[in-house]
Design a protein around this ligand. Structure first.
Ligand code: GAR
Length: 192
């Protein structure tokens, strides 16, 4: 059975785009179905990209809402859709404990750094400012903390010869786009 997936985004959605492409005609095609792209930000550029694939999109603006109220609305939205996994692809909001409990071990995030060394926003800036020689892209389960859940897979990125933040971001995102779908494929096919 194909896994039923909701992708959550807050902005550009380039990771979402990569996953949609793989689900449409690549390595995710036979293991999952993207049921919904959800955003907390009405201006998220990725919403337009999702529509261009013919995927259902829903936005509930989070601005000005209490975290609990907002997360309850999102749970209510997802309930009839029988979602197996929620994929966070640049979803820049901490998720409430009751939401995590509902989808325990079924929410997966990508983070542009080693989550044991750096959490939060700006993983590439952190690597650049600290003049790291290598950094690690991490795909992990989401728990109650910020970027603290169990690591599913990490991939090393050699940034020793890169002199600008732009170079690091470009190389990092290229790796994210390949890695995320490959990790999801392994996870979903192991559960068939
Ligand atoms: C990606 O680099 C992702 O790893 C990062 O946000 C960017 C979203 O880009 N996520 C985090 O920092 C989570 N803590 P995208 O919208 O183009 O996929």
């Amino acid at each position: 059975m194909k896994k039923r997936i909701a992708i959550f985004i807050s902005g550009r959605g380039s990771n979402m785009d990569a996953i949609l492409r793989q689900a449409h005609e690549g390595i995710l095609r036979d293991v999952c179905e993207i049921v919904l792209v959800f955003s907390n930000n009405p201006d998220a550029k990725g919403l337009e990209t999702a529509k261009s694939y013919g995927i259902a999109t829903i936005c509930i603006p989070s601005k000005g809402k209490k975290r609990e109220d907002f997360d309850r609305a999102v749970i209510d939205l997802l309930a009839p859709l029988q979602i197996d996994y929620i994929i966070l692809a640049g979803y820049m909001r901490l998720i409430s404990p009751f939401f995590i409990k509902t989808y325990r071990d079924r929410i997966i995030n990508i983070h542009p750094a080693d989550t044991r060394a750096f959490q939060g926003v700006g993983g590439y800036d952190w690597a650049f400012e600290n003049k790291l020689k290598k950094t690690h892209i991490t795909v992990h389960y989401v728990d109650e903390g910020m970027d603290t859940g169990d690591i599913i897979e990490q991939r090393e990125l050699d940034i020793s010869k890169m002199t600008t933040l732009g170079q690091i971001e470009k190389a990092g995102l290229a790796l994210e786009h390949i890695m995320f779908s490959e990790v999801l494929r392994k996870l979903f096919e192991n559960e068939q």
